[in-house]
Design a protein around this ligand. Sequence first.
Ligand SMILES: [Zn+2]
Length: 95
Amino acid sequence: MPFYEYRPAHTPGCQRCHGGLVILQKLNAPALSHCPDCGVALIKIISAPNVPTKGQATLSASNIEKAGFTQYKKIGQGVYEKTAGRGPNVIGQED
Ligand SMILES: [Zn+2]
């Protein structure tokens, strides 16, 4: 099972998540959206797979989607917009 890393969308988070939360999950497990301890919204960190790359392996949006990842880009203070995948379109926004 792969490890997934999450970071809180809002700072400071809690002791468990503020520095990043690494969780062992099944490949098809749903992404963790909130810290189980403090409930802060979490952002899934995309890290390159630990496998040898052939030629120009790039983490394109379509590859990210195929791998079941959701990719976000920061669009504001604690606000992230989805650029690939099936997660919520915008996270970190609160009214
Ligand atoms: Zn937390």
